[in-house]
Design a protein around this ligand. Structure first.
Ligand code: URP
Ligand code: ZN
Ligand code: ZN
Ligand code: ZN
Length: 478
């Protein structure tokens, strides 16, 4: 047969078009999108289904070192298995440079953790915590040339925070190398000041986390990052934007013509800070520590902020919706309920699991409610991730030449999200009991069915660790 696989009778959705078409696959790539594709070794009937680009999640944390006594709940096998079940074909985790350590060493270590373990393709971002002369002068340029073309910097967290001069120096090198920079924008000193005051007042329960990081803290840092990016003339991505105030800063910057890109996550569209109070669903139960399940940074806000972020999505202020999957177990002394975390919110590991639920939650709340179009969904969950981080035109769309990474969606299927059905290493989901309309029923990666109806069919090691290349036009002397 001419094709290894034909996906027949579906509606093909890309960032720009929605068309009735068959998709032909050969050698792991898409080779034809046509009205009819006949001659194939295997046929998948997609009638009644949408054929979307496989989800790309450009912000996930996997097997990341998380401080003394704390262990992340996913390794590369479990995280990518969950990703596949949730309709994803590529994820982008981080290799963290330890302070005083080598960036190259970190990249090699995380790459070794990933090799042979992954169900979906991965591309590794770096986190720069210690921009020494050796890192900025040698390691970083060499790593960018070797295919690690993006990295994240932090404006908060004891072990990761960079000061303004360090941010400027790192931005300068990124501009020269054409690297893509992601910024975690929350102000370190303001958070410390507020946390100290809350602890002295005895406000140590998980909800204190929300009080210690109000929107103004994120707004200030976002503005500061934008100013630094303007000074260096560097496009940056402000990640996990949580609410109205940071969204306003980004809209302001974009209106001035600055190259500021933005990411948000389903938690900021569907959860609120109230969840951190630990109130039971409706039975009057109350356990303040249960709020730890929802502790992430920036924290979730309120319904008005959710509406502001949705509005930003509709207006095109956001380029990508990622999960910021950062899984810890709840009922675990190495997780959310670690001994120090019981004494103060300050010691509750930050992050929530979401790699498997990102697409169904965002599809349901975005597409099924009519807030965004199918084409916007494809752009925000796949195409723009590939474009921002150097995977386009290899991944992120449905056309000849692209990897055969596809997700078949049943737009009408109703499901209720349950931890019991998920594949990640965490012992809970923040979306327990959440009802969705629209479900990823088949995940195809490299032309192979890797997940079907919640069952993962691939072997770990099928997914590859991808190298990327910078766009030479982005490499500008500074
Ligand atoms: O709380 C979060 N988001 N933890 C993950 C690390 C980060 O800042 O993205
Ligand atoms: Zn972050
Ligand atoms: Zn993150
Ligand atoms: Zn899962």
């Amino acid at each position: 047969p001419e094709f290894d696989l034909a996906i027949r009778g579906g509606t093909v959705v890309t960032a720009s078009d929605t068309v009735r078409a068959d998709v032909g696959v050969r050698g792991g790539r898409i080779v034809a999108v046509a009205e009819t594709i006949a001659d194939a070794a295997r046929v998948i009937d997609a009638s009644g289904l949408l054929v979307l680009p496989g989800g790309i999640d450009s912000h996930v944390h996997i097997a990341q070192e998380s401080g003394p006594g704390i262990v992340m709940a996913d390794d590369f096998a479990s995280a990518t298995r969950a990703a596949a079940a949730g309709g994803n074909t590529c994820v982008m985790p981080f290799a963290v440079q330890p302070r005083g350590g080598s960036l190259r060493g970190a990249v090699d270590a995380y790459r070794a953790r990933a090799e042979g373990q992954c169900h979906v393709d991965v591309a590794i971002h770096m986190i720069i915590s210690d921009p020494t002369e050796a890192v900025l002068g040698q390691e970083l340029p060499a790593l960018v040339a070797d295919g690690y073309t993006s990295f994240k910097v932090f404006m908060t967290y004891d072990d990761l925070v960079l000061n303004d001069r360090q941010l400027l120096d790192v931005f300068h090198v990124a501009r020269r190398q054409g690297a893509r920079v992601m910024v975690h924008a929350e102000g370190y000193d303001a958070i410390r000041y507020l946390s100290d005051r809350l602890e002295r007042a005895g406000e140590t329960a998980p909800y204190g986390h929300a009080l210690s990081r109000p929107e103004v803290v994120e707004r200030e840092a976002a503005h500061r990052a934008i100013s630094h990016a303007e000074l260096i003339d560097l496009p940056i991505v402000i990640v996990h934007v949580s609410g109205r105030e940071a969204t306003e800063q980004i809209a302001w910057a974009q209106a001035r013509g600055l190259k500021i890109r933005a990411e948000t996550c389903p938690q900021y569209l569907t959860l609120t800070a109230e969840d951190m109070k630990g109130l039971g669903p409706d039975d009057g139960s109350f356990d303040p520590m249960a709020g730890a399940k929802y502790v992430c940074s920036p924290p979730t806000r309120d319904v008005a902020s959710q509406a502001a972020v949705w509005s930003g999505i509709r207006r095109g202020i956001f380029d990508v919706v990622s999960s910021d999957h950062c899984p810890f177990r709840y009922d675990d002394p190495q997780g959310k309920l670690n001994p120090r975390g019981r004494t103060s919110f300050r010691w509750i590991p930050n992050g929530i699991p979401g790699i498997e639920t990102r697409l169904p939650v965002f599809f349901s709340e975005g597409v099924s409610t009519g807030r965004i179009s199918l084409n916007q969904f494809a752009a925000l969950t796949a195409t723009n991730h590939a474009k921002l981080y150097g995977l386009y035109p290899r991944k992120g769309s449905i056309a000849p030449g692209f990897d055969a990474d596809l997700t078949l969606w049943d737009p009408n299927r109703r499901e209720t999200i349950r931890q019991a059905n998920l594949h990640h290493g965490s012992d809970y989901t923040p979306w327990e009991g959440f009802s969705v309309t629209g479900w990823p029923v088949v995940t195809i990666a490299g032309g192979q069915v890797i997940a079907e109806d919640g069952r993962v069919l691939s072997e770990p090691g099928r997914g590859r660790v991808l190298d990327r290349a910078v766009d030479p036009a982005e490499r500008r002397d500074a």
